[in-house]
Design a protein around this ligand. Structure first.
Ligand code: SF4
Length: 289
């Protein structure tokens, strides 16, 4: 079994959504926020991936943002343009605050996979800096619109998992673990966990791994259900909401049908460009099976 921070959080929030995503392999719906976050991460990786400690200009960075921009999941061009403009503002602010003491990170988009016995724990560390006093800091970029409550941050597994990875991969214990919330340009830094804290994290992940391997995938309705990619196939979503629940499921199904029609059109256009005629009603389907 292969787990990551995202998979563990998905399971802890709702085991059924984990099953849909990681066992049944049903992709999440594309969304403006996913594309926005992915594009900002790509631009920041490019900003720091230099041969010498000299940053590109802001214009070059913004040009790169356009070239790596992900257009998936936007309702229309107007919405996409609004998100792109917002991404430009966020990056410009980041640039003005951080470029005065630009230095090359010691790790960037670093993939790891840890052998945890019954399962593997994998992930990607956005960035690790080595400061002038020799201490290390792990930085994870966040593109959430709202700042999380401190109590939620303290419970979050992501930075402790990265701390574990640093120890295993480089033999280093970072002295600072930071979530960098890009939209408000706000950092939240914590100290590394001690041995007891790490043991608790391991227990928590082991427990999730054991529940998954025993096939526990009950739906757990929660406040994020209305945005869940699987709400239209989930037996729990809208169950007790009467007419409103029915309407909501219907809207979700219609959105899904629209997206599937778009995908079919894109696929047929690609086939036509390759000189392959899309299969018609009188095609090979009759002989199938
Ligand atoms: S809609 Fe809610 S209960 Fe259903 S799979 Fe998604 S998160 Fe779980």
């Amino acid at each position: 079994m292969r787990l990551s921070y995202t998979a563990i959080s998905a399971y802890e929030r709702c085991p059924l959504s984990y099953r849909y995503r990681y066992i049944d392999g049903i992709e999440e719906e594309p969304s403006p926020h996913l594309s926005f976050g992915r594009s900002l991460h790509a631009a920041l990786e490019w900003l720091y991936r230099r041969d010498v400690p000299v940053p590109p200009t802001l214009d070059e960075l913004l040009e790169y943002l356009v070239s790596c921009w992900s257009s998936e999941g936007f309702a229309d061009q107007e919405e996409e343009e609004a998100f792109l403009e917002h991404a430009r503002e966020v990056l410009s602010c980041f640039y003005h605050v951080n470029m005065a003491d630009f230095r090359l990170p010691v790790a960037l988009e670093e993939r790891f996979e840890l052998d945890m016995g019954d399962y593997a724990l994998s992930g990607v560390i956005d960035r690790m800096d080595r400061h002038s006093d020799g201490r290390y800091e792990i930085i994870d970029y966040k593109t959430n619109r709202r700042l999380p409550e401190l109590s939620r941050l303290r419970e979050d597994l992501q930075l402790p998992i990265y701390q574990l990875a640093c120890r295993e991969v480089w033999g280093i214990t970072p002295s600072k673990l930071t979530f960098y919330y890009l939209l408000p340009n706000q950092r939240f830094s914590t100290r590394p966990l001690d041995g007891e804290g790490i043991a608790r994290v391991r227990e928590r992940i082991d427990r999730v791994a054991a529940l998954i391997s025993h096939g526990h995938f009950s739906p757990t309705p929660n406040r994020l259900c209305p945005w869940c990619s699987y709400r239209d196939i989930c037996p729990e979503f809208g169950r007790d909401d009467g007419v409103e629940g029915y309407r909501s499921r219907l809207r979700a199904l219609l959105r899904r049908r629209e997206r599937l029609s778009e995908l079919i059109s894109e696929l047929e256009a690609e086939m036509t460009s390759l000189g392959i005629a899309p299969e018609g009603d009188d095609g090979e389907r009759d002989g199938a099976g």
